[in-house]
Design a protein around this ligand. Structure first.
Ligand code: ADP
Ligand code: MG
Length: 398
């Protein structure tokens, strides 16, 4: 993380054309942005560059047009909402490369902001095509990457440009990298990781990497069932990947060798039907009936996990502990999230969380605001938890 130049290293940028890669891929319902988190994350860098007199050219993708121009995936529709979030005028330019775009850029004045059309309208974007990289680079003098959430992809606008223009990390990228470094780069020990969610198969690399990095690995959600089954527990009709028993065993062995304590629940909340507020039972994991499903970890396990967190200095969290969308199976997730939030407020832990459903669950618990850092990057956050080098980040390194 040490090797990135930031906006502080750009010097005098008055009158310079700065290409800024942002994540503007917001969910929309008609003309309305239903969650503007990403627009708010992009705003500080764009505003700072404009205030410093740059001509700010925002690059971003929107949806998956796969190299085709599609009106329903035009960034024109995000320009107005972004302008509202910024509280400034934002122009729209109908291409991110080419002569027409160049002519439109030439009409902008220092301090102006423009959103350029969806980079993925060009097939070369996802191919990281040097010809597209060169064409985009012609529009700017400097490059800023502020989209951590797109940094796990080596695309023209997320990786290629960093090789041909002087490149810098934006404020949002900088904050994200600093938080991740604090949590898993050089964390204060003991470190606890909570890994939940539906399936072990989707997070195998995460688990394998984490056992070598953390002191406590807390496994919840559907994936705990796979581990319990591997240990001979009858999990009834629970979501469970029985074919991954050997893999689960090898992760437990690796944890053992690395002195990482793995925490599996010893009580669970079960139901016969998966719907809101069905009849439930709270039982020891050895008492699950053949026709029951484990849908949350139990109160005794949750309390024990709270005690684990109380003795840790760092927490990294991905994946809910239960089927949190369906009440009352959000109970353990909400409770442990609130414990983590309180410990963070007291200054006793640094807490970092990420993942689409995780963020939703933390919001549901009213805990997200108290975490030290909540990453909105889904795929990039997971790849970082897997210990992978993100191409968009690596390209910024000097
Ligand atoms: P994230 O998006 O934060 O990475 P995941 O997508 O891996 O998280 O997992 C979230 C999903 O896991 C949720 O939809 C949740 O309902 C589901 N889940 C958690 N626990 C269980 C369980 N015991 N049984 C079935 N589904 C579960
Ligand atoms: Mg998810």
């Amino acid at each position: 993380m040490s090797g990135h130049r930031t906006l502080d290293d750009m010097g005098d940028i008055a009158g310079k054309r700065v290409l800024v890669r942002e994540d503007l891929n917001v969910p929309m319902d008609g003309a309305t942005v239903t969650d503007d988190t990403r627009l708010r994350a992009a705003a500080p860098t764009v505003a700072e560059l404009a205030d410093r007199g740059a001509i700010v050219l925002v690059l971003a993708h929107f949806g998956r047009p796969k190299g085709e121009k599609r009106a329903d995936m035009s960034l024109a529709q995000v320009t107005r909402p972004f302008s509202d979030v910024l509280g400034r005028d934002v122009a729209f330019i109908g291409d991110c490369a080419g002569d027409e775009a160049a002519a439109a850029v030439a009409r902008l004045a220092p301090g102006d902001i423009a959103v350029l059309e969806n980079t993925r309208f060009h097939a070369g974007e996802e191919k990281n095509d040097p010809a597209l990289v060169a064409a985009m680079a012609k529009l700017g003098d400097l490059y800023v990457n502020d989209a951590f959430s797109a940094a796990h992809r080596a695309h023209a606008s997320t990786e290629g440009l960093a090789h041909v223009l002087p490149s810098f990390a934006g404020r949002s990228m900088e904050a994200e990298l600093a938080a991740l470094e604090t949590a898993l780069g050089k964390p204060e020990h003991p470190v606890a990781a909570v890994v939940g969610g539906a399936k072990v198969s989707s997070k195998l690399d995460v688990l394998t990497h984490l056992v070598t990095r953390v002191d406590h690995l807390i496994i919840g959600g559907g994936m705990a069932n796979t581990f319990l089954a591997a240990r001979g527990v009858d999990v009834g009709k629970s979501l469970c990947e029985h074919d991954l028993a050997a893999t689960a065993e090898s992760i437990l062995d690796a944890a053992d060798r690395a002195n990482c304590t793995v925490h599996l629940p010893y009580d669970v909340v079960v139901a016969r039907e998966f719907r809101a507020n069905p009849p439930t039972r709270t039982v020891n994991v050895h008492e699950v009936a053949a026709d029951e499903m484990i849908l949350d970890i139990g109160p005794a396990a949750t309390e024990a996990l709270a005690d684990v967190l109380k003795n840790c200095r760092t927490l990294v969290w991905n994946g809910p502990l239960g089927a949190f969308e369906t009440p009352p199976f959000d109970t353990a997730t909400v409770s442990l999230a609130r414990t983590a939030a309180a410990l963070t407020r007291e200054g006793s832990i640094v807490s970092v969380a990420g993942g689409g459903d995780t963020v939703a669950a933390l919001n549901q618990a009213g805990a997200a605001g108290d975490f030290s850092f909540v990453s909105t990057a889904g795929g990039a956050f997971l790849e970082w938890m897997e210990g992978k080098e993100l191409p968009g980040v690596k390209a910024l390194e000097r």
